[in-house]
Design a protein around this ligand. Sequence first.
Ligand SMILES: [Zn+2]
Length: 482
Amino acid sequence: MPVSFLFSAVLVLAAASAQAAVRLGVLVVVDQMRPEYLDRSDLPDGGFRRLRREGAVFTNARHLHIPTETAPGHAALSTGRSPAVHGIVANDWYDRAAGSDTYCVADSVYGIGPEHLRGPTLADALKASDPKARVFAVSGKDRGAVILGGRKADLALWFDRFTGEFTTSSYYRRPSWLAAFNAELKKKNLLPVKDGRVPKDLIASPAYDEALDLLVEALVARERVGRGASTDLLLVSYSGTDLIGHRYGLERPEMDAQLKSLDAIMGRLLARLVRASGGSLALAFSADHGAIPSPEDPAGKALGVRRLNWEKFGASLESALQAKWPLKGAAWIVSNQLPHLYLNRRAAEALGLEWHDFLDQAAKVLSGVDGLAGVYLPDSKGTPFDAQIRRSYDPGRSGDLFAIMGQNVLLGDAAPGTSHGSPWDYDARVPLVFWGRGVLAGRVDAPAAAVDLAPTLGRLLGLDYPPGDGAAVRTEALAVPR
Ligand SMILES: [Zn+2]
């Protein structure tokens, strides 16, 4: 082959790959979003409708871990792995060495940071493959931003309910424009501080995500997101729907107003990011978990959902153990972070109980407590939840037992508010959509997993990010499956 031909072939290849590189990758997470919110027919075009029309929509996507709550859900999306790998077993877990509960993004040096996050993340893999790539993570919640951003985020910003401002920790760079942005935000009076904090009824209102939308607008402009030297990755987590769900449930006017507002925010976001990147973007959209309909509302009534009081339920777990093995002045359950139950190892030893045998018996005793589907050891075999438990188990952080809530049981008294955390479909099912350059539009009804998102978005960004346990690159979403 002549040298000149070889040379031009190399040039053509280089041009093709430069063209294929997407300037902007985006991950949008809606905290507590059920898949059917995407299918509402009463919304204008531009937001959810546009995603549905132009995107690859997986209608049957699930989280594979428990508990289905914010931190493990965000970690599943940002890492494409389960808690057994990424280590974020819950929002809070019990630190046996310290003898106290710990928060998922607590950091021993920086206050808030990704110290507890383990294993690979899509954002870190992008930065490792390309030193010019930039990563920006924002959320209403600190854990949303930190867990999405990975360990090398260029920026991670979240809302501080005590100051009414967006903030970061010293783990990250504090952008020079943030103070001026916060001053502008205060002038708008969206989330004013009263008596030392932003009132709960304002946090649980569309204003929460509207404030984040303003932050994203400023971030895109000030950091020239989508116009960097290489690929930029923008990770956005909207928290408002979760706060509204916890306070008002899924079927009240407050949720309706929130979803309309969020849809408008999505419309503005899509248009803004297309503009910023010159159309060179690939976006993935999902949620950290769903939620159960409240028993006071029509869908909850139809399902036969019932409420249990959190404190009473916890007390009945403890008293079931005390009835079989009475302890004087001590508790069997040293920390209750459902489904993780941490038991009193010292007490078992003092009674001469062999630990594994004791756990086996304790699981059987606890399984009889009203409201539970069952209580299992981490190495359980032959239960309906083996796969979820195996994927959710970290020996240093998980509970000694996994207590699985019964179907259609809602833990929490704040009627008409809802909650989540179980392995059941109402909590585990989430939307999963890919949209933008390189995406093949269409609906896919085959089962999919939330952990499919990271390797599939990676592929859209031209990055080989190997799928973890239970995950796959969803080639149905790719215009050119490679
Ligand atoms: Zn929640």
